[in-house]
Structure formats: C-alpha cells, structure tokens
Design a protein around this ligand. Structure first.
Ligand code: ATP
Ligand code: MG
Length: 269
C-alpha cells in the first residue's frame, strides 16, 4: 500500500511544487512507483512534468467534485515510473462548490483509496492556503512534508500549519504525522537562516531534514523545460541536494556520486 504524503505550507513560493516534482522524479528513477496529485489550481506540478493541461481527460477538480474517478485522470509523465493527476484552474472553484457538500474534507481520501495499491508513494502538491483543498490532502495523507524558507516570518507560518495539522488529527485523521521539515532556497551564509533552523529544531527536534536545498538557478530553470532537475542538469547542486533529500527520506547514507552531465534522458513517448 502506497505511502501518501502531502507537501504543504500555506505560504506561497516556498518550494512545495519543486519538492514534489523533484523528489517524485528521483524516487521514480530508483524504481519506486510514484503518483503525484496536483492539488493546486495553478497546476505547476502538471507543467513541471511537461504535461499539457489541455490534453487532460480529467483533473483533480473532476475527482474531488465526483465527476471522475482517479484512474480516469492519471497521466504517465515522461519520467520513469512517475504518473500525475493533473490540475487546472477549475480546481479553484471547488472551495465554493464543496462549501456545503457532504464529506467535503474526505473526498480525496475516498478517491485515492482506489489506486493506493498501485503505487509506492503518492505525493500531493498542496496550494498556498489552508482551505478545503489542503484539508482534503491532509485528511487523505499518512504524513506531511513541509518545505520552508529560513526566514523569520516563516516561523509564524509554521505554527499556523501545525495548528491545522492538529485540528485534522483531532477531527479526521489521528495518525497524520509530520514526516519532516525541509529548508529550501537555503543560504547557510546568512545568520538569520541558521537562527531560524535552530529555532525550528528546538520545537521539532526530530523533524528537520539534515539536507537543505540550496538556492540554485538550475532548479528554477528546469520547470520551463517541463523537466525535473535530474533530467535537466543532473550534475547541478540542486539535483544533488534533492537526491540527498531522497536518501534521507529512505534512511540511506547522505552521499551522492559526482556525475557527468546529461547521462539520464526522459522516456520519450
Ligand atoms: N532551491 C531553489 N533554488 C532556486 N529557485 C527555486 C528553488 N526552489 C524553488 N525555486 C523557484 O521558486 C519559485 C517557487 O517555487 P515553487 O513553485 O516550488 O513553490 P511553491 O511553494 O510550490 O509555490 P506556490 O505556493 O505558489 O504553489 C519557483 O519559480 C521555483 O522554480
Ligand atoms: Mg506550488
């Protein structure tokens, strides 16, 4: 049975989608079967995998509003072993549409159950908000990965997110765990960055990933080519850091082999 992991933080632009896309791609390349659920109306994970939204037969909106089954919406990406349930801007409508609907926060959970056995990991890319969509993701998940920036205001955001996680635990999903907090776009030369890491470690001693994702221009370029970083520039610091993060998630030693450029290619259909 696949592990379901929400990647969530209500703050925008902290690296949620980047983490989902790159962790999924690496785990897929290692032979794990991975499903990404794009649960953000921006549809960035869909684009990040080079999947054209116009060609989607069904999207997360259709699933959560009961118009389609999850298997109808799954699209194979060009990355080995990675599939995605795409999202389009129609998903924005579900907050209003589901406002008074029955089981409105457990809809994704019910739908994901149909395909859980087909995957080793299911990652849900949450939108930058704590509304019905993110709550649906948390209710459906075994755990949460929280990407965050090492900035002072990020601490306030983290406490709001943790409160929401507690509410979801109490009311819907008692086993929801925080799998880890990962610092993204990290610059260890900044004092404030190191102070924020220490502060977060004080409150969540076992939850902070040792691997920090550095700010790396190759990571920000990759989505415009519809490729995860490992298929765009395998030798970049960004690719190495996401690989290390995956090692840490899998409980493996934190080392990566230095690579020559361009040795991995996409599965062209
Ligand atoms: N380590 C990094 N180095 C450089 N740029 C990065 C890095 N991680 C993410 N970015 C860039 O920062 C921007 C925000 O990242 P991303 O879209 O992953 O954040 P998000 O939390 O999913 O945003 P949103 O809340 O809007 O969904 C993107 O342009 C992305 O390419
Ligand atoms: Mg995003």
């Amino acid at each position: 049975m696949g592990k379901i992991i929400s990647v969530a933080n209500q703050k925008g632009g902290v690296g949620k989608t980047t983490t989902v896309v790159n962790v999924s791609a690496y785990l897929g390349s290692r032979g794990f079967k991975v499903l990404c659920v794009d649960f953000d109306p921006q549809g960035n994970a869909t684009t990040g995998f080079g999947v054209r939204k116009k060609t989607a037969k069904a999207t997360t909106y259709d699933i959560i509003t009961g118009r389609a089954e999850i298997r109808d919406a799954i699209v194979q990406t060009e990355c080995e072993n990675v599939s995605i349930v795409p999202a389009t801007d129609s998903l924005a409508g579900c907050e209003v549409e589901l406002a008074s609907a029955e089981n409105r926060v457990s809809r994704l959970k019910m739908k994901i159950a149909d395909c859980r056995d087909d995957y080793d990991y299911i990652f849900i890319d949450c939108p930058p908000a704590l509304g019905t969509t993110t709550i649906n993701a948390l209710v459906a998940s075994d755990g949460v990965i929280v990407p965050m920036l090492a900035e002072f205001y990020a601490l306030e955001g983290l406490s709001q997110l943790v409160n929401t996680i507690k509410i979801v635990r109490t009311n819907y999903n008692p086993s929801l765990d925080i799998f880890g907090i990962v610092f993204t776009m990290f610059d260890g030369r900044l004092n404030v960055a190191n102070q924020v890491v220490e502060e977060v470690k004080k409150y969540f001693p076992d939850k902070v990933f040792e691997t920090k994702i550095p700010r790396n221009v190759r990571i920000s370029e990759a989505p415009s080519y519809g490729k995860p970083i490992m298929y765009y520039d395998r030798s970049s610091r960004g690719a190495e850091s996401y690989e290390l993060l995956c090692h840490e998630m899998l409980g493996e030693p934190l080392v990566v082999k230095k690579r020559r450029r361009g040795i991995f290619s996409l599965n062209k259909k």
